[in-house]
Each structure stands twice: as C-alpha cells, then as structure tokens.
Design a protein around this ligand. Structure first.
Ligand code: SF4
Length: 506
C-alpha cells in the first residue's frame, strides 16, 4: 500500500543526498547532475539564469508551481521532498487560501537511495488517478529528490485518461517562485500542444470563437483581463485565457490564439511552447497612457488590424487613462522592488502618475518581453536592476532616501527602521488592477496614503528611540551585552575546520 498522505508530512529518518536544503545550492546541484538531472539543470540555467546570488532570497521557489497547480480545477498535486519543505509549502498554500489538499509521498534515507521512493510515487499516482475526480496529476520533486535523481520523467504519461506531469522544482535551479510558475505552465502547455497536434481536443465551454483572441501570459488582478478585452474590442479582437490557466481545456484555447501578450516577462518555457505552436509573442502590457498606446498598436499590427481601427482603440482609451492619472497624482520619491515580475509595469504607472522613481529592482531576469518597459524607464532616468538582490534593494533605499519604499518584507522593514514609509509589493501593489483606465487610477490612493505617513514614522522613531538594535532589541530586565569575542572565536574555529577538511580532501 502506497503511503500517500494529505497535509500530514512526516520527517524522514535521515537524508543522505546533500544536506542543508536552501543554503546548500552548489552541493545539491552537483549531486543532481551526477544523478542524471544534468539536462534539466542545463535547461533551467538557460531559461532562468542565476543572478548575483545562487540561492532564492524569497520564499521557496516551489511555492510558485504549487500555487499554479492548486488553482487549477480537477488537478491533484503531489509533493516529493523533505518534510520540513513540504510543511512550509502546505502552510503557505493554506495561508493564501488554497483550500485544497496537497498530496505527499514521504521518504527515508533508504527509500531515497534505493529507488523505492520512485516506486512509492508511482504507486501513489496510480492510487489517485481516477478520471471521475481529476484531469491531471502534477508531481513535483523538491530539492532533495531532484538532487537524488528521482526520475519523474519515467512516470506514465497517462493513467485511466488522467494526465500525469512530473516536474523538478529545486531551489538550486529555479531562482524565484515566479519562474517556478513558468516551469509548470510550460510543462502543461507542452502536454496540451502534443494533444492538440495528435487529434481533436475538447472545446472550452462558453468560448466566443467569432473573434481572434490574445492570450494573456501572467497572473493578474481579475478585473484586468476584462479591461484588456474592452480595449481590444474596437480592433475586432478579444481577450483569450490567462496563462497559468484555471482548467485544462483553457490550455487548448490559449494555444489557439492570434497572438500572445507576455504581460509578465519571465515565462520563458511557456513562450517556447507558444512559439513552437507558431504564435507570435508580444512584450510589455497596456499600462499607463504611453504603454497602452504602444501595446494596442503592437497587438493590432501583429493581428493585421487596420491603422484606423488601431487609432479608434487608442482614442477611446488613452485619453481616459490620462484623465485617471491626472486625477490621482503621486508626488514624492519612490523606490520599488519585488519578485512578482510586474515591477517595471508598476514603475511605469508611478512615473506617469508624477512620482520620482530613481530605482526599480526585480528578482526576475531580463528577457526581451520587458525591453520596451526597461527602455521607457531608462529614458526617464530610472535605474532598472534585473535579478536584484536584497542587498541591492536595501542599498537603493539607503542611497536614494525615498519618501516611500515599495518592496519585499525585508526591504520594507529596513525602510521603516529608517522612518521611511513602506508598502509591501505583493500584498498591496500587485493585488490591484494595473491595466488600462482602471489601473491608472488604482495606485494613487494607496501610494498617496502611505506617503502621508512620514510624520507618523518620525513620531514612532522618536517614541522608540533607545530601545535597542540588533541583539539589544526588545524589552529586557537587564540590558543584554553583545559578545563579539564569542562570534570571533567560533568563526576562527569554523575556518580552521574547513581548512583541515580541505587538506584531507586534497
Ligand atoms: S524545496 Fe524549497 S524550502 Fe526545501 S530546500 Fe529546496 S528551496 Fe528550500
């Protein structure tokens, strides 16, 4: 009987394949290459080039692909990884409202090194592959099973009509959770493309097949695809599905499009599938007045729309966007950083709203799909940092001393510790409309409210002045004394041990 658990991870007895998880990228990468995953890692290295750091600086990357799977109807998700990783991933999934079970196949040192883990995964997949419940089962190797070479590619491609997709999503090969979304979206598109090439596929219910559609690549606020559809309407076009999709049949409709809009620019594997299907892929997004005018023109031209109809769409929406921007001005200096992939788009909106934006950092890599946004921002003096590290984002706050820092949790914490108001990018900025007229008016109130908090931060800093920093933070009966000599002693011991190990190894 296969040991399939739902959300009840069990600690493995001992893990032999590599040891320290997130912090031991190089060790695990070497182990994975030696265990037969060299090809997968090479493809990931090309698709998702590493930045100044070789380890994720945000949440576990596998959260991205896990979330994509959990959001799809009739899709089962099974994780194969260390219990601590699975615990964290399931916790985070439920924190973000997944309301779905996550399957887990636990392992021990023995099942990992003898190949029994793969047998257990295969049995688990057979056990739940019921077409009454599922269209698809996604199995994900986390760091340790990837490093051990657990061969998910040997799983059957289909059982009882249920599609089986196995992916490796190690933190030492995928730098951000954004790019992990692409790993699963790309694998699903590849599967769906093969199905469509070999025979008729199920139509998407309720799909309006009268008009050519534009597939939208990248998760966005639910109102944005509706707004994009309205902007495409005067050109005789319609908005197609958003990829990652919410159900399998949408994948066929996504592939069956007139063109693909790479709204988020990091979906490299997905773009490869669309291009293999003969679809052209367009960069940037309809954000702000300039961005929307340029995007409508690019989409119209790619779809053979006449210049008159393109102008009609532009004339209907661009003045409305200018009006919304003017009605919601943003005054102040803002630094911006995040790992969602929409950072450059948000920066464009801020600049068009009147903000002084000296720096935008994104944890995502540079691709052709954000080139127009980068060029537009750089022409206005904005420093664009791809694969930005936490250190670079924090240095930008220190160097530019903004009136507001929009960023990840540690960046916002740093800003607030300096009495600079901060806004979390993920929760407060990327969770609102950005496209077209709705997006143009959405940032002003929230950013304006945060900018107005400067005095409150100054008062708080004054109030908490002297409560301590670093090891002295908090309320103490006796003020703690830092002991730098202990740290120095242990550091010297660690260095001596490392040298001794090196001497033995050489
Ligand atoms: S699976 Fe995620 S949490 Fe676990 S070691 Fe890898 S990167 Fe870290």
């Amino acid at each position: 009987m296969t040991d399939v658990l739902l959300d009840t991870p069990r600690a493995p007895d001992r893990i032999d394949a590599g040891t320290g998880g997130c912090a031991s990228g190089a060790t695990l990468r070497e182990a994975a290459a030696a265990a037969g995953k060299a090809g997968v890692l090479e493809r990931y290295a090309a698709d998702y080039p590493q930045g100044p750091h070789d380890q994720p600086q945000s949440m576990c990357p596998a959260f991205g692909s896990l979330r994509v799977g959990l959001r799809m109807r009739r899709t089962a998700t099974i994780l194969s990884g260390s219990a601590c990783c699975v615990y964290g991933l399931t916790f985070t999934s439920h924190f973000y409202g997944a309301k779905r079970s996550v399957g887990y196949v636990p392992f021990s040192s023995e099942t990992l090194v003898t190949g029994k883990l793969f047998e257990d995964i295969r049995d688990a997949v057979h056990e739940i592959a019921d077409p009454a419940n599922y269209d698809t089962i996604v199995v994900t190797n986390l760091c340790v099973p990837t490093a051990s070479g657990v061969p998910l590619q040997l799983l059957p491609k289909e059982i009882n009509g249920v599609r089986i997709i196995g992916i490796d999503v190690p933190g030492f090969g995928i730098p951000t959770h954004a790019e992990a979304k692409d790993v699963l979206a790309g694998a699903m598109l590849a599967y769906a493309r093969r199905e469509a090439e070999t025979g008729p596929v199920a139509p998407m219910p309720g799909r309006n097949a009268d008009r050519p559609t534009i597939t939208l690549l990248g998760e966005m606020f639910p109102v944005d695809p509706i707004g994009i559809g309205q902007m495409l309407d005067p050109m005789g076009l319609a908005a197609g599905p958003v990829v990652p999709t919410r159900e399998w049949r949408e994948l066929y409709a996504a592939l069956d499009c007139a063109a693909v809009a790479a709204i988020h620019p990091f979906y490299t594997a997905s773009v490869r599938e669309f291009q293999a299907a003969g679809r052209s892929v367009l960069p940037s997004a309809p954000v702000g007045a300039d961005g929307t005018a340029a995007w409508l023109k690019a989409v119209g031209e790619a779809c053979g729309v006449s210049a008159d109809r393109i102008a009609e769409a532009q004339n209907r929406f661009v003045p409305a966007i200018r009006g919304a921007l003017a009605a919601n001005p943003i005054k102040g200096r803002v630094t911006l950083s995040g790992y969602e992939g929409s950072e450059l788009l948000v920066a464009r909106l801020l600049v068009e709203s009147g903000a002084d934006v000296p720096y935008v950092g994104t944890a995502c890599p540079r691709t052709p799909w954000s080139d127009p946004d980068r060029e537009w921002l750089e022409a206005r003096g904005v420093h664009v940092q791809y694969r930005a590290s936490l250190e670079q984002d924090i240095a930008a706050v220190d160097d530019f001393e903004p009136d507001l820092a929009i960023g990840t949790t540690p960046v916002v914490q740093h800003a607030k510790s300096r009495s600079i108001p901060g806004l979390y990018f993920t929760n407060l900025i990327s969770a609102r409309p950005l496209m077209g007229p709705a997006g143009a008016g959405s940032l002003g109130p929230v950013v304006g409210g945060a900018l107005a908090n400067k005095d409150r931060f100054l008062r708080m800093s004054e109030f908490f002045e002297g409560v301590g920093q670093g090891p002295n933070t908090g309320v103490w009966e006796k003020e703690p004394v830092d002991r730098p000599q202990f740290k120095a002693r242990y550091a010297a011991k660690r260095i001596a041990m490392a040298k001794a190990e090196e001497a033995v190894g050489s």
